[in-house]
Design a protein around this ligand. Sequence first.
Ligand SMILES: Cc1cc2nc3c(=O)[nH]c(=O)nc-3n(C[C@H](O)[C@H](O)[C@H](O)COP(=O)(O)OP(=O)(O)OC[C@H]3O[C@@H](n4cnc5c(N)ncnc54)[C@H](O)[C@@H]3O)c2cc1C
Length: 436
Amino acid sequence: MKVIVLGSGIIGTATAWFLNKAGHEVSVIERQPGAAQETSFANGCQISVSHAEPWANPSAPMKVLKWLGKEDAPLLYRFRPEWLQWKWGMHFLRECTPARTAHNIRQIVAISEYSRQTLQALRTEAGIDYDCLTRGILHFYTDQKEFDESLPAAKLMRDLGCPRESIGPDEVVSIEPALARIRDKIVGGDFTATDESGDVYKFTSGLAQKAAEAGVDFQFNTTITRLLHEGSGNAANITGVEVIDAEGRHKVLRADAFVVALGSFSTPLLKPLGVDLMIYPGKGYSATYQITDSSAAPSVSLTDDGYKLVVSRLGDRLRVAGTCELNGYTRDLNSTRCEAITRRTRELFPDACDYDNPVYWTGLRPLTPSNIPYIGKTRYRNLYLNTGHGTLGWTMGAGSGRALAEIICGRVPELDFTFTGIQRGNSTQTLKMQPV
Ligand SMILES: Cc1cc2nc3c(=O)[nH]c(=O)nc-3n(C[C@H](O)[C@H](O)[C@H](O)COP(=O)(O)OP(=O)(O)OC[C@H]3O[C@@H](n4cnc5c(N)ncnc54)[C@H](O)[C@@H]3O)c2cc1C
């Protein structure tokens, strides 16, 4: 079967890899000159299975209210006259109940664990060097209330089989000695030894290279303008994808099946087809610093709970990422937010890096209110979704690609995860479809 994958971030590239492995003829359409140049470019780089709590949780509404209007807030909701943003906000509030949060954590852990196993097998098979560190993730707290509130989530993770240990300040520092200078401020932490980190860009571009060598046709510098369709009801069908290619020519590309893996841009592409995705862009920031003193820099991937920042060591670079701004599709750099990241990193590790030459970046997390992605089918019989991976697209990426390839091959992976448009027991995730 000929399959066209739309988008070459971590999700589209992993999907293309597994479809090719399954024997399909695969093309990938991407507007950038290479793979992983948008949200999968410079993220926090954590494979964070055991810290999979969604942002929508019982304490979120008060925090969001408290942070309204604060330029350097970890999560900033900038109200816009935009129906999608308001609707998304209402759905987010609905996901904040304890029952919904627990349900969402279970789903996220299931797909993330499957994905970590997939990534581990894939890196051995494909032999990609991506500054991978398998030294765990250490989450440290500087606020007693936040630490106390984290204990039930840690217990839930343990109940789900994740080895997440709540620990005291001395143990935090013994796991990551680079935190010694702020020992007095740390009230506790939790450590998940099986979590990992690694450069998502290096991995994805390496995987795209290997996939191309295996026969996947990557069409870069090619912008998708719309999907063409025919029929209605159960007979609805995608007939082609209209693109503007690298030479500026308008073309229609045909295939037997189409996979939408366009991150935040999946929503506007599918809206005219009546496929109503609840994905809103959550702009996040990262800063990358050159390490100047290796012994003063952390080598365990960290999460600084108070500042909602993640820190990952990528060879001789330190990546610090976080914060979220709900403000449409703009990727502008806000200097207040950039400086806040550098200020905090310098405070933590003053002697570790060259802080005068940071490389700042922003990316748009494709956020669903629950942080559960859409992986599966639509009412168009040959249109599939792999999108909406929000804060954890790197963590869930390899497994999402493999799972969707299985679904396209007519199998459903044995996971406690609700795939879109697929009935399993009493559970199905249905998509809202508008008449077209
Ligand atoms: C600051 C920050 C920190 C993060 N940290 C982590 C982390 O530590 N761990 C983790 O697991 N996740 C993390 N994430 C989330 C993760 O980066 C995303 O979930 C993931 O990259 C999404 O991948 P994707 O392939 O769906 O989207 P993308 O990488 O955005 O890929 C979509 C692709 O579609 C292409 N495209 C879009 N529209 C068109 C069009 N019209 N025509 C052609 N091509 C098009 C884009 O160019 C892009 O390459 C972080 C995100 C941010 C912003």
